[in-house]
Design a protein around this ligand. Structure first.
Ligand code: AMP
Length: 542
């Protein structure tokens, strides 16, 4: 017997309509590329996202067409979040930190039709626009009078001129909630970047679960600052969960330095902020230097890479801000676990609490997880046994866009590439990463790309790239090189060889020359052994 309740489709348009109706005065504050502070409301965003939807209709863009953005966190980007997905198109957030060649590859792979970009990225667009073979329209996220006359980009128009003539009335279409809503490429896998393709249903369920008290605990009393970029897994879903709860949103634009972030937290009375450890490290450094205090910040969610104990202690003990250590992935929309204490932890000592807080936390409702050994057998939740971490749930990937790489699932579970323990209370702790990619300041560096460039040097016989612990960036790449017999190349020559061949921040910090790289039975480089060999190695300048 079926239940007799309404089966309404879970669509992203419902979020902005809800925010418009119930939180129309809710503020959206953005630091703009122009440097000024822009203020608007949920009602304004709702109105303008309907204009975006009308503008897309007028361009005859089909249901499911990809509309790309290359943009910072800001109100126009938010309008695109709702206007693009709400009208049935797919929002594709491109990562401007990638090398321009990678951006071209990704835009062509996803077959983007429109690209909306912040003026900061005009030089990138000038360099790549004629290589993006599917993009028909370029839109600069600026006022009409800020549009350069001689950009050389055919048909370039300003966002404001694009939406100005459009009506702010729009009948959001109703369609299957499993339709694609947005996509994000990750370079956290081997081979070419692959895209997670989120659906309306997965996005709404993720926002719903992540707003719960033991997850991000969001409400209409919050002022939320997503420092995590809107081009990285939809800013951890915060644009959606904020609209769902009516929280005020504060966007940092391009200004991610410690001072700008701190100033914004204070001036906009931010209660909740989200970002990777590197961002908070810069902000805490600024606060310590200038002897500053928060007056409104209550909690901060830190994830993307492991949060160092000193950072948790500084936020908690010195500034009275609760740290929510969180773990997730692009393939998980991204939230998987959040570290919040249980009732039984209320009476334990501060040191014992810290032991718990250092873990990546408990699964939020909707995410199932398990750890397995090499043979795939499930390991106990005892806080000691560690194994490959597998997950499943309604906002976990089933397959990558265009089926790239085949099915990633193992018996219905997604292997995260992380190695973890889970304790009897369900707290998961990442102990290692089985994937070889390196995570620097929250962004991926492909060890294969770094190795391939070294291998292209005539003096290099073999190259292995591994991530080394770094106090600021979490990990930095080091390339370990075996020279060809009789050939010569110095450290500096090899590092200079990377210039122009990859993004600057992806160039390794150091070159280590060795006689031989350990190989396994199948001829694969054994990076775990290599890491053991380099266990006493310290990065230059650390
Ligand atoms: P991304 O897809 O770029 O969001 O990266 C996901 C990966 O980042 C995970 O699989 C982990 O390897 C790493 N990661 C994310 N959050 C954490 C965390 N809190 N602690 C340690 N590693 C993390």
């Amino acid at each position: 017997m079926l239940g007799l309740m309404q089966s309404q489709q879970l669509l992203i348009s419902s979020l902005i309509e809800f925010a418009d109706r119930h939180h129309h005065e809710g503020e959206i504050v953005s630091r703009r590329v122009e440097g000024d502070i822009h203020r608007c409301t949920y009602r304004d965003v709702a109105r303008r996202s309907r204009k975006v939807a009308n503008a897309l209709d007028q361009m005859h863009l089909a249901f499911g067409d990809r509309i790309a953005t290359l943009a910072w966190n800001g109100y126009r980007h938010l309008e695109l979040y709702f206007g693009v997905s709400g009208s049935g198109r797919v929002l594709h957030t491109l990562n401007p930190r990638l090398h321009p060649d990678q951006i071209v590859w990704i835009a062509n792979h996803s077959e983007d039709q429109v690209l909306c970009f912040d003026m900061t990225f005009l030089p990138i667009i000038k360099a790549i626009h004629d290589k993006c073979t599917t993009i028909k329209h370029f839109v600069a996220l600026c006022d009409a009078d800020k549009l350069p006359a001689d950009s050389g980009i055919p048909g370039l128009q300003s966002y404001e001129a694009w939406i100005a003539p459009q009506s702010d009335r729009y009948e959001w279409p109703v369609f299957d909630e499993n339709s694609a809503s947005s996509m994000c490429y990750t370079s956290g896998t081997t081979g070419n970047p692959k895209a997670a393709l989120y659906s309306h249903r997965s996005t709404i369920l993720h926002a719903w679960a992540s707003a719960l008290p033991d997850a991000l605990n969001m409400s209409a009393r919050d002022s939320v600052l997503p420092v995590v970029p809107m081009f990285h897994v939809n800013a951890w879903g915060l644009p959606y969960s904020a609209a769902m709860t009516g929280a005020k949103m504060v966007f940092p634009g391009p200004a991610m330095d410690g001072k700008s972030i701190f100033d914004l937290i204070e001036s906009e009375k931010v209660t909740f902020a989200a970002g990777v450890p590197t961002v908070w490290q810069m902000m805490l450094g600024h606060m310590q230097q200038s002897d500053l205090r928060f007056t409104t910040l209550k909690r901060t969610v830190i994830g993307g890479s492991a949060c160092p104990p000193a950072m948790i202690a500084a936020f908690n003990d010195v500034y009275g801000v609760e740290v929510l250590h969180a773990w997730g992935m692009t393939e998980m929309s991204p939230l998987g676990t959040v570290c919040t204490l249980k009732n039984k932890h209320m009476t334990i000592s501060a040191d014992e609490k810290m032991t718990v807080r250092l873990k990546q936390g408990r699964a939020i409702y909707g995410v199932e997880m398990k750890i397995v050994d090499d043979s795939g057998a499930e390991l106990p939740w005892d806080g000691k046994a560690y194994g490959d971490l597998l997950v499943k749930g309604p906002w976990v990937i089933d397959q990558y866009f265009k089926g790239e790489g085949g099915s990633p699932l193992v018996d219905g579970w997604f292997p995260t590439g992380d190695v973890a323990t889970i304790d009897a209370d369900g707290y998961m702790q990442i102990t290692d990463r089985s994937k070889d990619v390196i995570k620097s300041g929250g962004e991926w560096i492909s060890s294969i790309d770094v190795e391939n460039i070294a291998m292209a040097h005539p003096a290099v016989a073999m190259a292995a790239c591994i991530g080394m612990k770094h106090p600021k960036w979490d990990e930095r790449p080091v390339v370990v090189v075996v020279k060809k017999p009789g050939a010569e190349v110095t450290r500096d020559e090899l590092l200079a060889f990377y210039e122009g061949r990859t993004a600057k921040w992806q160039i390794p910090d150091d070159v280590v020359f060795i006689d031989a790289i350990p190989l396994g039975g199948t001829g694969k480089m054994q990076k775990t052994k290599l890491r053991e060999t380099l266990r006493d190695y310290i990065l230059p300048g650390v």
